[in-house]
Design a protein around this ligand. Structure first.
Ligand code: B12
Ligand code: SF4
Length: 458
């Protein structure tokens, strides 16, 4: 299950942005592959209430319930686990996902959580289900923290799976139909949408990101054939027309990218797609091949405009960013940049430099937000060590919210306003307005613009 937003305050809201919970769907596929009966409830995306979930549990009568958690979702996960246990105390409750991996002992400490899974959950969940079925106890399962009987016990870490082509595709058939999902407009528009992951892990270790910590410091890649097989399945079985690669590794191996683009064209997959990329990993030829294979837009995590700060947070140099954005446009693709405010070393001057840099680049669109130091990241440790964290109430750890720290050089009012000011400065330019007006060719596109504007200027 995914936890519905607002469950902790009994006021569930259906999020206006949602995509398939791939992590959970990977875990579901792995257990089903081993013969267990599985149901998935994407309660977050559907906005299901506590009563509806309780009814589902009573009807399905599961032996094990798995719940996925990102950091701001944790209070909802606790409430969800309480609801499950209230139905039947004997159900084994298992939590996993990025928040649990960062804080497994805290997670397993909640009264209604029996097991917290650290890292990737496919093999671990299979072994948990086998242990539950055989009533053998869970101490032999690697990669978990057991919170049963009020005691906390950790088992040895699990070795990461290198053979991603052997991992079953996410169980899309157990999820709501693609039309029910609403991705960020910049991730994809124009038909049924799905997310994709082309690999796991990341060697870069940017100071604000927990992917390296979660998935390891080296890329583990699926083969081009394996990726395109999944795309073909999504297209043919679920009518998916648009997709987005959400991992950073899709462009990291040139030969694989070229092969993947060729295969997409060879199979005649008429799908539009977007991807995220490190600016230092693309070149013009690759971008042209991507364009020919249906790619429409590449997103770059640029983050800031000050050269020293870029080094500090381990992001790509300004020169490489300028080159990548220019090559992207040259290849006929749209370029989107993400920017963040509020790094520990930020100053009022660097805030301005970031906005100026965003406008100097040939970007089509940009996203600005206040940096959230998620647990498990270097930024979290820096803020904590300096005693600047204002709260560890995880509900507040939301990129759409206010800063969860006191900044040494910038007032919180100014930091909170920074994204809105940046959006105005970036978008209220005649060249950008003209470019976007040219793209407003249908009602669907206009609606997406309105949705984006609501997010930007809220
Ligand atoms: C797609 C995506 C989304 C989608 C869908 C999220 C989802 N449920 O999958 C949407 C758009 C909804 C989303 C939202 C947010 N996201 Co997001 N998102 C991603 C993204 C790009 C891909 C996720 C993915 O599919 N990963 C691949 C799969 C294989 O990995 P996985 O999800 O971690 O799953 C594995 C394990 O975690 C584990 N597992 C996961 N669930 C479970 C459950 C059980 C029971 C078990 C046993 C194991 C298990 O097993 C899985 C398979 O190996 C990641 C970045 C990334 N590359 O992972 C960020 C990421 C997960 N998101 C992140 C963040 C911060 C957010 C937001 C909190 C942003 C915000 N608003 O502040 C919101 C949360 C919304 C909310 N209100 O709660 C962070 C998480 C940090 C954290 N500690 O929470 C990430 C890692 C990005 C980053 N670089 O920091 N996101
Ligand atoms: S921000 Fe991107 S490049 Fe940096 S560590 Fe995270 S996934 Fe890797």
């Amino acid at each position: 299950m995914t936890p519905p937003e607002g469950l902790w305050k009994e006021k569930v809201e259906r999020p206006w942005i949602s995509t398939q919970p791939l992590g959970l769907a990977y875990v579901a596929a792995a257990i089903r592959d081993q013969g267990f009966q599985v149901e998935m409830l994407d309660a977050y995306s559907l906005g299901l209430s506590g009563q509806v979930i309780a009814r589902e549990i009573a009807e399905l009568r599961p032996d094990v319930v798995g719940i996925s958690s990102l950091t701001p979702q944790w209070p909802d996960v606790e409430t969800l686990a309480d609801i499950v246990k209230a139905q039947n105390q004997d159900i084994i409750t298992v939590v996993g996902g990025p928040h649990v991996t960062a804080l497994p002992r805290d997670s397993a400490g909640h009264r209604s959580v029996d097991i917290a899974v650290v890292g990737e959950g496919e093999d671990t969940m299979v072994e948990i289900c086998e242990a539950a079925a055989g009533e053998t106890g869970f101490s032999g399962v690697d990669g978990i923290v057991i919170g049963l009987n009020g005691e906390i016990e950790s088992t040895p870490l699990r070795v990461r799976n290198m053979a991603l082509d052997q991992v079953p595709f996410p169980a899309h058939d157990l999820l709501p139909e693609p039309a029910l999902y609403n991705p960020f407009p910049v991730w994809g528009t124009g038909g049924n949408f799905s997310c994709m992951i082309s690999g796991r892990g990341c060697p870069y270790d940017c100071s604000f990101c927990d992917v390296t910590e979660q998935q390891g410091k080296r890329y583990r890649l699926r083969s081009a054939v394996n990726i395109v097989d999944e795309l073909t399945w999504l297209h043919e079985e679920f009518g998916v027309r648009t997709f987005s690669f959400r991992d950073p590794s899709v462009v990291c191996k040139r030969s694989r990218l070229m092969e993947m683009c060729e295969l997409i064209s060879e199979r005649g997959l008429d799908m539009g797609w977007t991807c995220s990329s490190r600016a230092n990993e693309v070149d013009l030829e690759m971008l042209q091949a991507m364009k020919n294979a249906g790619c429409r837009l590449v997103q770059y995590g640029i983050e800031v405009g000050n050269a020293e700060l870029l080094k500090e947070i381990k992001k790509v140099s300004k020169e490489r960013v300028i080159q990548a954005v220019s090559d992207t446009r040259k290849a006929g693709l749209s370029a989107h940049g993400y920017f963040l405010f509020g790094f520990v070393e930020e100053t009022e001057e660097t805030l301005k430099e970031t906005v100026e840099f965003s406008k100097q680049l040939e970007l089509d669109s940009a996203g600005f937000a206040v940096m959230v130091p998620f647990p498990g990241t270097q930024e979290f440790e820096k803020y904590r060590q300096e005693g600047l964290l204002l709260t560890e109430d995880w509900r507040e750890y939301d990129v759409m919210g206010k800063p969860v720290y006191r900044h040494k050089h910038i007032s919180n009012e100014k930091l909170t306003r920074a994204p809105r000011m940046a959006y105005r400065s970036f978008y209220m330019r005649p060249s950008i307005i003209a470019r976007h007006l040219r793209k407003m060719t249908s009602f669907g596109v206009v609606r997406n613009y309105l949705r984006s504007a609501r997010m930007m200027f809220n």
